[in-house]
Ligand binder design. Structure first.
Ligand code: SF4
Ligand code: MG
Length: 320
């Protein structure tokens, strides 16, 4: 249903051109949950914003296509993209307050969205509001519908945002760090809720996160990004049980063994490269324990391995 082909996104700035996304490719099938994982600045959000037509003014899409149900989104007018965003593609971002109207009651916000997209009478819309709240496990929907966003906890607000995003109802849900601002236990509840809605409704989901631990269990496939490029992709099993790229390996090594809230995360040493001046060879070479001469000279392309497990690393070639 969604395919990104060779997408390149640059940002024009005072200090020059930043290559934020380089040769991005992904495909998302109907009903699938695809996880996009990487550190901040790896191009995950830029990918999401490109699909949604929400890139900033100084962004330049220099190459590529984003095909959604047979249509190249990049060729649509602003108005058509906007229509797609409301109706076909739902979105959930990190901070729930940005998606909520602070001065409008929850019930009214849901009412407006449902009324706009579905042909229902006023009475039916009111029932749909309560149903939407129950679907995201809000216990007392009548009571919560009468509250303002500030009267609710962060986790409750994110549930409401998910209810709003799913109201149209969309075919695709893009969730960009939907749990990052929340407590650990709430994070799992929210991710499980997304998985539940995916199961129940068949909505495809693009789940973007820096935290592989939180999303691992619910994704069908995982795509690992580094410095604006995909460095590894495959089924969740392939990526978690048989990671090949050294960056994926260090992401996995950095995961805590349990979900104890106060366990410190082991950070990966070093910094991602400056995207104003990309390294000639592998973008991970400065931080990689396995770096070889060729890594600094030549850029490794993403290569197909066993059953669609793709990796961009010179090491992989050496091993296979
Ligand atoms: Fe490390 Fe070389 Fe592989 Fe890059 S290409 S990840 S530097 S081994
Ligand atoms: Mg981001």
């Amino acid at each position: 249903m969604l395919e990104i082909k060779n997408l390149h996104v640059d940002f024009e700035g005072l200090r020059g051109k930043t290559e934020a996304l380089k040769n991005m490719n992904l495909s998302l099938n109907n009903g699938e949950i695809l996880g996009i994982v990487g550190e901040s600045g790896s191009g995950k959000s830029i990918t999401a914003l490109s699909i949604l037509g929400l890139l900033e003014e100084n962004a330049i899409i220099s190459k590529g296509k984003i095909i959604y149900n047979g249509v190249n989104i990049l060729e649509l007018s602003k108005k058509d993209i906007q229509a797609l965003r409301g109706k076909e593609i739902g979105m959930v971002f990190q901070e729930p307050m940005t998606a909520l109207q602070p001065t409008m009651k929850i019930g009214k916000q849901l009412f407006n969205v449902i009324k706009q997209h579905r042909r229902l009478s006023t009475k039916e819309t009111k029932e749909a509001v309560l149903h939407a709240l129950r679907e995201v496990h809000i216990d007392q929907p009548e009571l919560v519908a009468r509250k303002y966003p500030f009267e609710l906890s962060g986790g409750m607000r994110q549930r409401i945002v998910i209810a709003l995003a799913m109201a149209a109802p969309p075919n695709l849900l893009i969730a960009d760090e939907p749990t990052t601002a929340l407590d650990v236990t709430i994070q799992y509840e929210i991710i499980n809720l997304i998985k539940e809605l995916n199961d129940k409704r068949g909505t495809s989901v693009l789940l973007i996160t820096h935290d592989l631990g939180v999303v691992a269990n619910v994704c069908d496939r995982i795509l690992v990004m580094y410095a604006g490029e995909v460095v590894e992709s495959g089924s969740t099993k392939q990526v978690l049980n048989n990671p090949i790229h050294p960056y994926t390996k260090s992401l996995l090594a950095a995961l805590p063994d349990s979900v104890e809230p106060h366990q410190p995360l082991q950070a990966i040493e070093g910094e991602p490269p400056n995207l104003l001046k990309r390294p000639k060879g592998c973008a991970f070479s400065e931080r990689c324990h396995y770096v070889m001469d060729i890594c600094k000279e030549e850029h490794p392309e993403l290569k197909d391995g066993e059953s669609n497990h793709q990796v961009s690393c010179w090491l992989e070639k050496v091993i296979v």
